[in-house]
Write a protein that binds this ligand. Structure first.
Ligand SMILES: Nc1ncnc2c1ncn2[C@@H]1O[C@H](COP(=O)(O)OP(=O)(O)OP(=O)(O)O)[C@@H](O)[C@H]1O
Length: 340
């Protein structure tokens, strides 16, 4: 297996809002506790954050309102300055980049979608999507061709000449997505992109987003306050509380071994069978019988369960190379399904 490249790294990143925050941080050896921050009248919006976002993954930052998600994502693109720490994008120290260099990086290598995505009301869908390419200096024919391609990709083919006011909320968000993808970003920041949509449309957009990701394989930082959304979309999740990351891991790690009671509270109502993979529930391969149905080690228990038909009691679990690595017992599956 090839190890994916790390695209973006945060090392010991802090953002304290309030007067003299930089000297306050220095005077506390670069690691003040929450009580000292509050006592000094500062807000510890992001505290001591370490994370790495890998090539081609969906990295979800999940936390309740005020936990520091938006501040953290703004720090990653240096829309705001950290009080301390380092941010590396493709190995480049963003904090050492000039203003002009930052604009260039944001324009050509970063894509952003926000909850209240401001489309330009007087421009058609086509011109809205082509807009960032115009800023990049691309010629008209090229940018229109690229914009049409993106509009098709997000399922809005035929709406090129519509104006934003003629579209539903979900369709407008698709235009926003097409617009941010038009520049072919190396990293894609999505800050609560579906939160303003009603639940049915929201789910549809999540499905659509997953479909897009199987095609595009973008490196994505996705912000949400919704744990179910995080579990559905994430390759890895970082859970934030009061500016800190309290746990980071795969959805499976988080559901099976929550690091704190705070995290456990989120995982309580999650259907484990939809998160846990066959490889985590299987036993050793010994006893394997020829003719047992085969499943991938990467699919989840809910997906594997329907194979237990016609008296099948065991499934053979195979890795990505098709090698037998374990056996999944029907009783263990039934047990997990019943426990919800
Ligand atoms: N410019 C600012 N000045 C002072 N405090 C701020 C500023 N921006 C954010 N904060 C505070 O920092 C903390 C983190 O805010 P942030 O917006 O990052 O949280 P969030 O998790 O994104 O919340 P939400 O989901 O409500 O957007 C909050 O206590 C907020 O009040």
């Amino acid at each position: 297996m090839t190890i994916p490249e790390t695209k973006l790294v945060c090392r010991n990143v802090w953002k304290l809002f309030g007067a003299d925050a930089t000297s306050f941080l220095a005077n506390h050896d670069g690691k003040p506790d929450a009580a000292s921050i509050a006592e000094a009248g500062l807000v510890g919006a992001v505290r001591q954050v370490d994370l790495d976002v890998r090539e081609g993954e969906i990295f979800v930052i999940m936390g309740l309102s005020g936990s520091g998600k938006s501040t953290l994502v703004r720090l990653m693109s240096r829309l705001i300055e950290p009080t301390g720490g380092d941010i590396l994008f493709k190995g480049e120290n963003l904090l050492a980049a000039s203003h002009a260099r930052m604009i260039e990086i944001r324009r050509h290598q970063m894509g952003m979608v926000f909850q209240h995505f401001a489309l330009l009301p007087h421009l058609t869908v086509l011109d809205n999507v082509a807009f960032p390419l115009d800023i990049q200096g691309m010629n008209r024919a090229q940018r229109q061709a690229r914009a049409r391609e993106m509009i098709e990709l997000v399922g809005l083919g035929g709406k090129e000449s519509a104006f934003p006011r003629q579209l539903s909320g979900g369709q407008q968000q698709r235009v926003g997505i097409a617009r941010s993808l038009a520049v072919e970003p190396e990293i894609w920041f999505l800050d609560e992109p579906f939160s303003a949509l009603d639940p049915l449309i929201r789910r549809e957009m999540q499905d659509e987003f997953m479909r897009l990701q199987t095609v595009l394989r973008k490196t994505i930082v996705f912000i949400t306050h919704d744990f179910d959304e995080a579990i559905r979309l994430a390759d890895r999740i970082a859970i934030m509380k009061d500016g800190e990351i309290v746990q980071a891991g795969t959805p499976e790690d988080i559901v099976l071994t929550p690091a704190t009671s705070y995290v456990a509270e989120f995982t309580r109502n999650v259907a484990r069978a939809k998160v846990v993979r066959t490889q985590s529930l299987m036993g050793p391969p010994a006893g394997h019988q020829p003719g047992e149905p085969t499943v991938s080690s990467r699919i989840n228990i809910a997906e594997a369960a329907p194979l237990f038909v016609d008296g099948v009691t065991h499934l053979a679990v195979v890795d990505e190379q098709g090698k037998l690595i374990g056996r999944l017992d029907r009783d263990a599956v039934v047990d997990m399904m019943l426990k919800g």
